[in-house]
Write a protein that binds this ligand. Sequence first.
Ligand SMILES: C[S@@+](CC[C@H](N)C(=O)[O-])C[C@H]1O[C@@H](n2cnc3c(N)ncnc32)[C@H](O)[C@@H]1O
Length: 271
Amino acid sequence: MQKKLFEFGDLFWVPEFYHAFLRRFMGALYKIFGYHKLWLPELNAFVEKSGGKVLDPCAGSGYVDALLIKEMQQRDIKFYLSDFMIHKNPEFREHINSLGDPRIHYLEQSIDVLMDNPDFRCPKIFINAFHHFDDEQVAQICKLNLSHGDDILVLEYCDNAFVSYLSMLFGPLIAMILLPFITERRQLLITAVFTYLIPIVPVMLLWDGFVSNLRCYSHRSLKHIVYNAGFSSAEVKTTFRRSWLYPAGVTSHHIVAPPGAKKSNDSDDEV
Ligand SMILES: C[S@@+](CC[C@H](N)C(=O)[O-])C[C@H]1O[C@@H](n2cnc3c(N)ncnc32)[C@H](O)[C@@H]1O
């Protein structure tokens, strides 16, 4: 069962500068450590099986989606991005849509992935986002997608393992070094004050990192939830990969819709 712990990054009342800094910091980590590339074999296979069209409904800054799509050779693919809280940082959407890559588009609508969104039925990818949902919410996501034949790909860089906790310890230090280079100018002063003078941001980052590890789903726990959600014939394929630069490793869980479920591209529903 998933631990019932909160992350500051999920709380609406947490000041905006923290959310913005967290998203930019995560983006910088992908660029420095390149661990997103470890997901490519599973992502390529997933996109191919999906017929090219996928939705990342918890895209945040969308930065990692843009990095991933840059690495993908296929031309005939489309990543749709959305996020529950994107109204707080519309600049992320504007940035993605200004890239000029027809393979990636940030939607105007912010989709709540826990609700039924008939207009947005297609296979979904969750990048470092799935552990934010508790068991009941994961079951709900499975019901809303697997029953329509839409597979789910869960990509995580956190893990409930010793090396992952060790790597999270470096997070606040790296954040303090990167802050001047990644923070938007209008939020630089307040972020710097609450990082260097009153070090609340590093403590919040450390907490969020540790809680992410604790909340990450194992293959077994995910299989259990999928089964209990009524999908006894759905498959969960889990892969773990690590690199020298990122020894903590990354995980991919491909939740395959049960055979016989109605494919969303069999209907008129379109993203
Ligand atoms: C840790 S962030 C991951 C962002 C991005 N995928 C990345 O790797 O940088 C998780 C995101 O999930 C979004 N989110 C949380 N609950 C959601 C929901 N019910 N529907 C849609 N998005 C949600 C949050 O707004 C947040 O941006």
